[in-house]
Design a binder for this molecule. Structure first.
Ligand SMILES: [Zn+2]
Length: 483
């Protein structure tokens, strides 16, 4: 407990120091990239890549992320659906969710797009969330941030520091964020980063086009913006609505967005069960009293129970430890509507209820129905490991990696290799995990440990040596860039 709180204090101190040092643009912190010559103006693609990577790493180290795979996969698929309709469908986008109650969304360098849980909770349907995503994606496709950096009077390195400081501050305490930023010289730079009215209109216009092409009702965008504006006016809660500060919004903008909606758009779908279930998961995850939440649901008229309410009930009960009751609700839900999440949560509830065999049976079936669906692969591999079936777990994880490299897959793969006494393979898997998380030094260190294993066959040894060289080259390129 003490260590935990000490760690937290250290983390807070670190982030406080980080933010202060960023605001003063003092010598660059070890965690931050030195983006080359401070007088250099033009941003190269490699510089943008490094900015994005370090931006994400700094957020990861300082801000609470939603780690729930189901919600993350949902947001990613919604985001990719929109990206696929843009004029740059092959660009890599990274969508992620921060567990922060204020209403905000932002597009950082190199297409890193973050959404706060507060925004998802305030959206009523999928088209409203998709409206915000489409707007952010359009800031990226129109290169608004990259252009602002290039055209600004300050260097990309200083600009990067300001963006990061602004976002870190706003994610921790919205009021302090605004106060500190506007009270310092950084305010000047911030004003250059804030998207101009022209950029906002452009992102709305292109965003509406993306929504329509992705077969999502674009009216969700203007509805959500209108709702935010009304809320800000009536409650004077601007500090909670970071979004309005970073994306200036007024009634003209909302009206213009409304005017762009065609009569035929109204026929497009504006909601999905996946959105409502993701929102339910966030409600449970962010609940300060599960007892109150469960009591509240149980007092509601059961005649009017819909799928989402029953699902919220079941996952809140599981989280509370009442897995028996959750199992019965989830089984009823599966009878009504066969959604993979109901089965995944059923498997989890069985596991918590000390019925790992039943959990295994549910996951085995799911893995056949949804091969290479990340949340299923991970849960299935975890239960296989517990049931000492590591060979099978390793097989499905390796299969998953063929689809997409994900640090969590490597992490679970390493656990299975260790349990199966394949230490070299475990170290290699961890090395890949660290590389994907952006920690090249640690990734190379794992290969060093692997090379120290006895009885390595010559081909493994050669592979390890080549991998270490590749990692060190990548590292020296990044460092060389900062020297
Ligand atoms: Zn905007």
């Amino acid at each position: 407990m003490l260590i935990k709180s000490l760690k937290r204090t250290m983390k807070n101190l670190f982030s406080y120091y980080l933010v202060l040092s960023l605001l003063c643009i003092t010598p660059v912190n070890a965690e931050l990239p030195n983006l080359g010559d401070p007088t250099q103006k033009e941003i190269s693609p490699y510089q943008e890549y490094l900015m994005g990577k370090n931006f994400y790493k700094a957020l990861k180290a300082n801000v609470p992320f939603v780690e729930d795979l189901l919600i993350n996969e949902y947001l990613d698929s919604l985001g990719q659906k929109l990206v696929s309709q843009s004029d740059q469908p092959d660009n890599t986008y990274h969508f992620f969710i921060l567990n922060i109650p204020s209403i905000n969304a932002f597009a950082g360098p190199d297409a890193y797009i973050g959404i706060h849980t507060g925004l998802i909770l305030n959206a009523e349907n999928e088209s409203q969330l998709a409206g915000v995503l489409a707007h952010e994606i359009s800031h990226v496709t129109q290169r608004h941030l990259a252009r602002a950096m290039t055209e600004s009077s300050v260097s990309p390195a200083a600009m990067f520091a300001t963006i990061l400081a602004g976002i870190l501050l706003s994610t921790q305490n919205p009021q302090a964020g605004a106060a500190v930023l506007y009270g310092s010289s950084a305010a000047m730079m911030q004003s250059q980063i804030n998207f101009t009215r022209h950029n906002e209109h452009e992102a709305d216009r292109i965003g509406i086009h993306l929504l329509r092409k992705a077969n999502i009702n674009p009216a969700g965008m203007s509805d959500f913006f209108g709702k935010l504006l009304k809320k800000a006016d009536s409650n004077n809660v601007l500090a909670q609505m970071e979004y309005l500060r970073t994306h200036p919004l007024n009634s003209t903008r909302v009206a213009e967005a409304q005017n762009r909606i065609l009569a035929s758009d109204k026929k497009l779908p504006d909601d999905s069960l996946d959105f409502q279930l993701s929102r339910a998961r966030i409600i449970v995850m962010t609940s300060t009293s599960l007892n109150e939440l469960v009591n509240h649901i149980e007092k509601l008229d059961s005649e009017k129970n819909n799928i989402t309410r029953q699902y919220t009930h079941a996952i809140a009960l599981t989280r509370q430890g009442n897995s028996q009751k959750a199992i019965s609700i989830l089984n009823q839900l599966i009878q009504q509507h066969d959604h993979p999440w109901f089965r995944l949560d059923l498997a989890k509830a069985y596991d918590i209820n000390n019925q790992p065999e039943k959990s295994h049976a549910v996951l085995q079936k799911l893995a056949l129905l949804y091969p290479n669906y990340l949340p299923v692969t991970i849960e299935y591999a975890l239960i296989l490991n517990r049931l000492r079936q590591q060979e099978k777990a390793i097989e499905i994880l390796k299969q998953q990696l063929k689809r997409k490299q994900h640090p969590l897959v490597f992490q679970i793969l390493a656990q299975n290799y260790y349990a199966n006494k394949q230490v070299t393979a475990a170290l290699e898997a961890t090395s890949h995990q660290y590389e994907l998380e952006g920690y090249l030094q640690l990734a190379a260190q794992q290969i060093d440990y692997a090379l120290k294993q006895t009885n390595l066959n010559p081909s493994t040894q050669q592979r390890l040596i080549s991998r270490k060289e590749a990692l060190l080259n990548k590292l020296s390129k990044e460092q060389g860039f900062s020297n």
